[in-house]
Design a binder for this molecule. Structure first.
Ligand SMILES: Cc1cc2nc3c(=O)[nH]c(=O)nc-3n(C[C@H](O)[C@H](O)[C@H](O)COP(=O)(O)OP(=O)(O)OC[C@H]3O[C@@H](n4cnc5c(N)ncnc54)[C@H](O)[C@@H]3O)c2cc1C
Length: 523
């Protein structure tokens, strides 16, 4: 197979026939001699708003011999292969704590290789969790064990399901992640889209299908089961305690607990597991009309042809703070993502079609241990204080303000040209009272710059909501080159500080499964 790169097709002429014609011209081989093809990447070249192109990479099969060049190469092998196995015997089944992307991918690979993992999850299985979350959004009844942060599928289950990551595709682990998602029900496009996304509605089903496969392969899931202690002898894990009342014997525990499991971090800190505070980012969610974003990004001619547009913005404020857009959800919703009583946090999600009328993203500023303290749990305490303030400001609901009023330091009274829908109830409030003044100033300054990049981004009608505080883990659980913290304890994924987002968390789950497979014999 050959890989043909940089095949450009005008957006309005985008179909397979035209794509194959372009390829045939590029490789100077008649179309009839292209025996098979597979799209490997599809991106957009929108530099000229009067003529926007899709840019393809396509693998083709032909009996003709092609002259190789930068744009015509032999297709690389992109299969994920890991066949190593260790010699150490396991007395008991390995336990994975958490069924987010890190835990699920670690569990899937361990199950596939015969280790029969037990996956414990403090929240509910995804079908029940869906009902619990909807109950919270509709009636503000929070279940502190099963919510947007906790439950089967992890924090990203109710999300846009964006799969972009800055992590490299070493050993084809990323391909394995995307292929696994597709195998269990995600859209084929994620295999080649330059901005792959799944959407909450599809993701829920994918998570359920992965669970069923793990069970078929000999794994076991235990929902509503919270890790409450780890028993350690001679610096080795011997068993764990769940729900404060049951012991599970095991010498291998994967801590794929995500970034919101504050009681678990406290327990680990008390046990003396080495952790340190790490930088993270906080800020506000911003909402616009998606139409306006499309117009600005794609121009009048293409605004309705390319689906809901994403954006990415960065700015360095005069006080040297970096401000940037994060977790942009085209055609999505701002959601109440709280997981603790009397504390409130927001995030964004969208469905697979990205068909709401609103665009949202977090506009966030990085904060460092110098802002909140350098003891391991200081960042968590900083987050807690912000979330308590958000809860009070909104009287228990999402605090919301128009950008114009944020600048004028007054509470808004009604929405104007942007009338967003939230998942969860809201109240108007003065968001100046939420973040420290220095961060508010950085955000206000950034809006002026962002308004120059995307027309209307800084209009006074722009809607803000708070607080965006769970952007990444405020803690790092240290691990060595064998991926262990102490013998048998494997910190993994976003909560442990080794990932940021669905794909990188899944990749870290794969890496941890490799470390376990390299050391132990199957169970
Ligand atoms: C609303 C929202 C939208 C998001 N959108 C995106 C997006 O579009 N794209 C993207 O890449 N990322 C997104 N993210 C971030 C993404 O969800 C995380 O990066 C990812 O889920 C991290 O994976 P993880 O497996 O490391 O941890 P998590 O997904 O957080 O999973 C950890 C799991 O461990 C469980 N757990 C914790 N403690 C215990 C315990 N003591 N005992 C038993 N179980 C426990 C939790 O219940 C949870 O299910 C979003 C997050 C949210 C909240």
């Amino acid at each position: 197979m050959y890989r043909i790169r940089q095949v450009k097709v005008k957006v309005e002429e985008d179909n397979i026939d035209n794509l194959l014609t372009k390829i045939s011209k590029k490789i100077k081989v008649d179309k009839s001699k292209i025996l098979d093809y597979k799209i490997k990447r599809k991106s957009i070249d929108a530099r000229n708003k009067n003529e926007i192109y899709f840019v393809y990479e396509v693998d083709i099969d032909t009996n003709e011999k092609l002259k190789l060049s930068d744009d015509i190469i032999i297709s690389p092998n992109e299969e994920y292969i890991f066949n190593e196995k260790g010699n150490l015997l396991l007395d008991n089944r390995p336990v994975i704590v958490g069924s987010g992307p890190a835990g699920l991918f670690c569990g899937y690979l361990l199950a596939k290789s015969g280790y029969k993992p037990i996956i414990i999850e403090r929240g509910e299985q995804v079908e029940d969790r869906l009902k619990t979350v909807e109950e919270f959004w509709n009636n503000n009844k929070l279940n502190i064990s099963s919510n947007i942060q906790f439950g089967e599928g992890g924090a990203g289950t109710f999300s846009d399901g964006k799969l972009n990551t800055l992590v490299k595709n070493e050993n084809n682990r990323m391909n394995f992640v995307y292929e696994t998602f597709v195998k269990f029900g995600a859209q084929e496009e994620i295999l080649y889209s330059y901005k792959p996304h799944i959407g909450t509605d599809v993701l829920i089903n994918v998570v359920k299908n992965i669970r069923e496969e793990i069970i078929k392969l000999g794994g076991e899931f235990r929902f509503n089961t919270c890790l409450t202690n780890i028993n350690i002898e001679n610096n080795k894990v011997t068993s764990i305690e769940v729900n404060n009342n049951e012991i599970i014997k095991t010498s291998v525990v994967v801590l794929a607990i995500g970034h919101s499991s504050r009681d678990t971090f406290e327990m680990l800190n008390k046990l003396g597991i080495k952790m340190e505070a790490k930088p993270f980012a906080v800020g506000l969610r911003v909402m616009h009309n998606q139409d306006e974003i499309n117009k600005s990004q794609y121009g009048e001619k293409y605004k309705d042809l390319l689906g809901a547009s994403p954006y990415k913005l960065t700015y360095k404020a005069s006080n040297n703070r970096g401000v940037y857009s994060f977790c942009m959800c085209p055609g999505g919703y701002v959601v109440n993502s709280s997981s603790e009583e009397n504390r409130l946090v927001v995030n964004g999600m969208s469905y697979s079609k990205r068909d709401s009328k609103w665009a949202n993203s977090a506009i966030i500023v990085t904060v460092f241990p110098r802002d909140f303290g350098d003891k391991p749990l200081d960042g968590i305490n900083y987050q807690k204080a912000l979330e308590e303030r958000a809860y009070k400001l909104g009287n228990g609901f999402i605090p919301v303000q128009l950008l114009g009023d944020f600048k004028l330091d007054k509470v808004s009274t009604e929405f104007r040209s942007i009338k967003p829908e939230f998942k969860g109830k809201y109240n108007f409030a003065n968001l100046n009272n939420l973040l420290p003044t220095e961060l508010n100033d950085s955000i206000k300054e950034a809006f002026i710059s962002f308004g120059k990049k995307i027309k209307g981004f800084d209009t006074d009608d722009t809607v803000l909501a708070g607080v965006e505080s769970r952007t990444s883990s405020p803690v790092k659980i240290l691990r060595n080159e064998d991926f262990i913290s102490i013998e048998g304890l494997y910190p993994c994924g976003e909560g442990a500080g080794y990932a940021g987002g669905i794909t990188s968390a899944a990749i870290d789950g794969i890496k941890v499964s490799e470390a376990i497979r390299r050391k132990y014999k199957e169970f």
